[in-house]
Write a protein that binds this ligand. Structure first.
Ligand SMILES: Cc1cc2nc3c(=O)[nH]c(=O)nc-3n(C[C@H](O)[C@H](O)[C@H](O)COP(=O)(O)O)c2cc1C
Length: 198
């Protein structure tokens, strides 16, 4: 069986991000399941807040093309994102909004062609008691309805995330780890099935 390649994305790249920690735990799980995991740092793409005048004047920034390239190379996406007032973060939404503005360029597909039908596993982490649960449906809806990705049914919201990791970055509670594993296993199963048919 060919190896499934996953792209790991965090909706927060701040120093000490709890979602980055959860994403790293999910990536470790995915590697243990036999997947290859590559990451992309959305902050390093240096995308300005979307503005039609920027697009008109200078075109879609290079950072969006880097995101497209990373997505084209992946069989599936593993995503962790914080909840900001019930929604996924501006960093996440802005990055994919810019991606959606990329037209096909010769043999290179459009931004949305790079995401279309791509399996997606979503987790979130918050110091709060709901773990970012309120944002998960919006994240799921945005990335499927608008960005054409294919979220797997399983998801996980890690509550009290500031207490959830040990010093090595591992999840302390086996139930939390099992919930992450369930998202990862489902994502790999769907990505592998689609890859074997293409
Ligand atoms: C603007 C803003 C809005 C927030 N809204 C929520 C919220 O709706 N629900 C929640 O659980 N936490 C909320 N938080 C707290 C975040 O969950 C917390 O800052 C978390 O650590 C951010 O994720 P990160 O650690 O990966 O950066 C909010 C934080 C900010 C800065």
């Amino acid at each position: 069986m060919t190896t499934v390649r996953l792209l790991a994305i965090s909706g927060s790249e701040r120093l000490g991000s709890l979602n980055r920690k959860l994403l790293d735990a999910a990536a470790t799980s995915a590697r243990a399941h036999g997947a290859q995991v590559d990451g992309i740092d959305l902050r390093s793409l240096a995308l300005p807040l979307y503005d039609g005048d920027i697009e008109k004047g200078a075109g879609v920034p290079e950072g969006a093309k880097r995101l497209r390239e990373a997505l084209l190379a992946a069989d599936g996406v593993l995503l962790a994102t914080p909840e900001y007032n019930g929604f996924p973060t501006p960093l996440l939404v802005n990055s994919f909004d810019w991606l959606s503005r990329l037209a096909a360029d010769g043999a290179v597909p459009s931004g949305l062609a790079a995401t279309a039908g791509k399996p997606l596993g979503i987790v979130s982490a918050s110091p709060g008691l709901l773990g970012g649960l309120r944002s998960l449906n919006f994240t799921r809806q945005y990335l499927s309805m608008a960005i054409a990705m294919m979220p797997v049914p399983q998801q996980f919201a890690l509550a009290k995330a500031h207490e959830a990791f040990d010093d090595a970055g591992a999840l302390k509670d086996a139930k939390h780890q099992a919930s992450v594993d369930a998202v990862v296993a489902s994502l790999i199963r769907v990505a592998a099935a689609l890859k074997s048919r293409s």
